[in-house]
Design a protein around this ligand. Sequence first.
Ligand SMILES: *Cc1c(COP(=O)(O)O)cnc(C)c1O
Length: 222
Amino acid sequence: MSITSNLTYIRNQIPANVSLVCVSKFHPDETLMEAYQIGERVFGESKVQEMTGKYERLPKDIEWHFIGHLQSNKVKFIVPYVSLIHGVDSEKLIAEINRQAAKIGRKVNCLLQVHIATEETKFGFDEPELIQFFENGGLERYSNLQICGLMGMATFTDDKNQVKREFIHLKSIFDKLKVTFLSQNSEFKELSMGMSDDFLIAIACGSTMVRIGSSIFGTRQY
Ligand SMILES: *Cc1c(COP(=O)(O)O)cnc(C)c1O
């Protein structure tokens, strides 16, 4: 299957109110450019050095989404150009993004990552931590950071019911935060959930943004 036909197939399954992030990590520039030529402009990467290299080489109208685990000491490399950071998983990281963004007078769009899977290896806030963050005025404290919503990854399992339960859980946390702390905040609107194997379940559970890699570009060579 070609990238063009894969994309057509995927795009046909995604409703207009859900956006697509083409996850291009570990793929070479030519592969991204194939998707670019047919109109894709939003690409997701998980390594700072790889994303920055691609940003420098590829067309400037691409929107770069950082979807990996971001280390504080690397924030400064992506803050000048990144259009959305999906995996913001600690207040320490929030503070560093805010500090680097303030230095260059930018406001950086972020999603707070929520830990919904059973694997301990996955990252993210839990619900009480998020509530505490907003109760303590987290939103006002970091004015160079725009919190646009939440992101989560389901457990890696064949059990579709478990995946569905985890996405429903994330959507319920999103709704609760929205009504309790963010009802006046029109920027808080994105729910990034769903990958190649589970994006249809995620969309049914209220996802507004899916991150799809292997179903578009094929398997990755690590
Ligand atoms: C790699 C990755 C994806 C894409 O996964 P596929 O299964 O290839 O679609 C989505 N989200 C995150 C956070 C990833 O690291």
